[in-house]
Design a protein around this ligand. Structure first.
Ligand SMILES: [Zn+2]
Ligand SMILES: [Zn+2]
Length: 345
């Protein structure tokens, strides 16, 4: 089967790989139909995020069940499914203390990072990681389930109130999904992106009553004209400093979800004295079923957020759309795309 393989930074290629086999009683063989391109994939390709050499990339995917293990009772060949790629063992110290997204086996089991992923035709996982799709949900739309689940995990860490003054930095797929995850909790906020083009795109697909701005200051002045304070800032860009803390109201939250290296300093006294919370969140934890429900019910307009689809063979073009140029070895931010999906057939 043709697979998109990561060899080293800026060196990815389509390679022929053997079709994986079912080995366990709870294993399920899935024919992959669609996989979303994630910021993590671009981070790996550009050498900013470590991945194991020679693994197949891709983790946000959906497909059709082809074969099931002897003890699989809830699925059968022909079922359409979405895959929860966050493997966890259930037995290590992290899993036993409710932190399955940090399973200690992650360094060898993380789909598309340390273990073979889904930018290919076939994938084997266990029945506990599969969710059936309703007929009206396309494979492409279903690929949004995993990233949405990560956002729901993030906001579960915040003691949210519907009247929180909220700003999301970055109108990429993560920023847009955060807006919908927060909107589902009754929050109305603003999305900021420095690219005018992307902001216009974001404005057309943002949740009802949400607004878009081209600068943090602009959003701040509009939301909080008197004291320039907000209750929640979600940063998806990874390029802000902790100076933003001064714009947080007492007891406010800075949620960091932009996976980028950097150095930042803050005054611990300010954090203590004003009861500020700086929170990080990665992967999903106990929220996949809710994300699945939200996509199925149309609570998140997955179809609108997917701005481009390409066949797997056109992966270079797909990455190019997202600002990742494999020929030049450059990664810049894209202003014309939100979510890009690769189709395996
Ligand atoms: Zn992802
Ligand atoms: Zn574990």
């Amino acid at each position: 089967m043709l697979s998109l393989v990561y060899r080293s930074a800026w060196d990815v290629a389509l390679e022929e790989r053997p079709r994986p086999l079912i080995t366990g009683d709870h294993d399920v063989l899935v024919r992959i139909h669609a996989t979303g391109v994630c910021g993590t994939d671009l981070g790996i390709i550009s050498g900013k995020y470590h991945a194991k050499s020679s693994i197949i990339l891709g983790h946000e995917s959906a497909g059709e069940v082809i074969e099931v293990g002897a003890r699989v009772s809830t699925l059968q060949p022909g079922d359409r499914v979405v895959i929860d790629p966050t493997y966890y063992c259930g037995q290590c110290s992290m899993c036993r203390t409710g932190r399955q997204n940090h399973c200690l086996h992650k360094s060898t089991t993380e789909t598309g990072v340390s273990s073979d992923g889904t930018f290919t035709d076939y994938y084997v996982t266990e029945d506990r990681f599969l969710y059936k799709l309703a007929d009206h949900v396309s494979y492409e739309e279903a690929t949004m389930t995993e990233p949405l689940s990560c956002m729901l995990t993030g906001i579960n860490q915040i003691n949210l109130l519907p009247n929180f003054r909220t700003i999301i930095l970055g109108a990429g797929p993560i920023g847009m999904l955060y807006s919908y995850a927060l909107a589902s909790k009754g929050i109305t906020g603003s999305i900021v992106d420095i690219s005018e083009e992307r902001m216009r795109l974001a404005a057309s697909i943002a949740p009802e009553r949400w607004t878009t701005y081209s600068s943090f200051e602009g959003a701040l002045a509009a939301i909080s004209p008197e004291d320039h304070q907000v209750d929640l800032v979600v940063d998806t860009t990874g390029v802000i400093g902790t100076q933003i803390l001064s714009n947080l109201a007492h007891g406010g939250y800075l949620m960091l979800v932009g996976l980028r290296d950097g150095v930042s300093s803050f005054n611990p006294k300010e954090v203590v004295d004003r009861s500020l919370k700086i929170i990080g969140s990665i992967d999903s934890l106990g929220t996949f079923a809710t994300a699945h429900y939200m996509i199925e019910q149309g609570l998140v307009p997955a179809r609108k957020l997917i701005t481009h689809t390409y066949p797997l063979q056109s992966y270079k073009e797909a990455f190019q759309t997202l600002g990742c140029d494999l020929n030049d070895g450059t990664l810049t931010s894209s202003s014309s795309a939100i979510k890009v999906v690769l189709q395996s057939c």
